[in-house]
Design a protein around this ligand. Structure first.
Ligand SMILES: Cc1cc2nc3c(=O)[nH]c(=O)nc-3n(C[C@H](O)[C@H](O)[C@H](O)COP(=O)(O)OP(=O)(O)OC[C@H]3O[C@@H](n4cnc5c(N)ncnc54)[C@H](O)[C@@H]3O)c2cc1C
Length: 397
């Protein structure tokens, strides 16, 4: 045990020294700087690009992925130490997005050796962006109703159809996509393919959101080309792979350590903004409730991670984490606005600080967290069916 701790402490010193040498000064002290640079969507530039290239080269952006595919090759315990050291420096991992959070882990589990060699290293380096082509105008919660069609064209496949709510499609190089390959069967007629977004048969139209930005698109495929080597898993065997990917997506949304809802501390906001005695007891009670829930959620995640030991694959329990993490985050966003009072209603202009403007936008965009990755109600259905073993009310006895 002592040896193990010594080895981890030696790794901590190594990680700290490497971070000290490689994290640009301008990105330290606030992890949101990296997230904002990534969300801006354009090709990475300046210090963000420098940090991305250094981390990508080191492989620590995907710390536990195998070295054979340029990953960090770290143990889960070492990865936790690295995350702690980055948190202490106030810098975020620049290798983010759907490549590392959803697609990469799924491809590592289901891809062929050739597919892994071709796609994983560029994800680890953060060179290419991925988007998720699941939802369609007629297929959201009932995802298996999807119609986008993939047909055999001899030496390649051809895809036709429309996806919707495709986050970051306008900036993506590749799309992991669920397509219909057999119209006579529902779940068993779906395949999982990889589509190059940089080709003439792909069109994206950004959709403007209530929070003022356009983070997602309608995506149209018109005779777009898919290589024969870019189907993951067997023909008509995409549903299982697609579901596994959703578990990875939900495990990220469940907090993965941090509950959404903004970084401001609620007690700090109370001290700065709350002036009236009326209602103070009530808001304190609700604030404490939210802080206790957030702490319990974080500890539950920690316990689940240590109980899982070597087994890193997510399960249906990610639905519980997603629902609790997103609800706690939404409550926190509500409390933040309430504590800020009129200052929490600013949209633009100098009368409001950047944090105040960010709070109202965060509150609005936070509404989406209980929709994407499968809605709150759909997670409850999964929990009742797969975890509690309750009968499915849509099937007659
Ligand atoms: C910000 C954002 C980003 C997104 N990004 C992506 C992306 O990158 N790629 C992608 O493919 N999709 C993406 N989505 C789409 C998302 O996955 C869907 O919106 C979601 O699955 C719900 O589908 P829907 O919008 O069609 O709603 P519907 O399925 O029409 O549901 C409407 C309402 O009915 C409820 N409902 C439906 N069926 C049931 C049921 N059986 N039992 C109980 N309640 C039910 C739902 O909970 C919901 O409240 C994104 C969505 C948002 C908001």
């Amino acid at each position: 045990m002592a040896d193990k701790n010594d080895a981890l402490e030696a790794f901590r010193a190594e990680a700290r020294a490497w971070l000290e040498e490689n994290v640009p000064q301008s990105l330290r002290g606030n992890p949101d700087k990296v997230l904002e640079a990534f969300m801006a969507g354009e090709k990475p530039t300046g210090d963000f690009d420098l940090w991305r290239r250094r981390m990508g080269e080191k492989g620590w952006g995907a710390p536990t992925w195998p070295k054979a595919y340029c990953g960090g090759g770290l143990s889960p315990a070492q990865a936790r130490v690295l995350a702690q050291e980055m948190a202490a420096m106030g810098v975020a991992n620049p290798i983010i997005g759907m490549g590392t959070s959803m697609f990469g882990p799924t491809l590592l589990e289901y891809g062929t050796e050739e597919q892994k060699q071709r796609h994983i290293p560029s994800i680890v380096r953060g060179d290419l962006r991925w988007c998720q082509g699941y939802s369609e105008p007629g297929a959201g919660s009932d995802l298996a109703a999807l119609q986008t069609k993939l047909e055999d064209a001899g030496d390649h496949w051809v895809v036709n159809g429309q996806k919707i709510w495709t986050s970051g499609a306008q900036w993506a190089d590749w799309c992991f996509c669920l397509v219909r390959t057999d119209t006579s069967r529902k779940h068993e007629g779906i395949s999982f393919v990889l589509i190059n977004m940089r080709q003439p048969g792909v069109e994206t139209r950004p959709i403007r959101l209530i929070a003022g930005n356009s983070p997602f698109c309608e995506t149209f495929f018109t005779n777009a080309r898919v290589e024969k080597t870019d189907m993951v898993g067997p023909l008509n065997g995409g549903w299982t792979i697609g579901k596994r990917l959703l578990q990875h997506e939900r495990s990220g949304q469940g907090g993965g350590g941090r509950v959404m809802g903004g970084g401001a501390s609620l007690p700090g906001l109370l001290e700065t903004y709350w002036t009236q005695p009326d209602g103070e007891e009530d808001i304190r009670t609700r604030m404490v409730g939210n802080l206790v829930d957030a702490r319990a959620h974080a500890l539950t995640l920690q316990r689940a991670a240590s109980e899982a030991k070597g087994n890193q694959n997510p399960s249906a329990a990610t639905s519980i984490m997603k629902n609790s993490g997103t609800r706690i985050g939404q409550e926190k966003a509500e409390l933040t606005l309430e504590l800020m009072g009129a200052q929490g209603l600013g949209w633009e202009g100098e009368a409001f600080t950047a944090d105040e403007r960010g709070a109202v936008r965060g509150w609005l965009s936070g509404k989406a967290t209980t929709i994407y990755g499968g809605s709150f109600e759909i997670q409850n259905n999964i929990i009742s069916k797969r975890i509690l073993g309750l009968p499915d009310p849509t099937k007659s006895a």
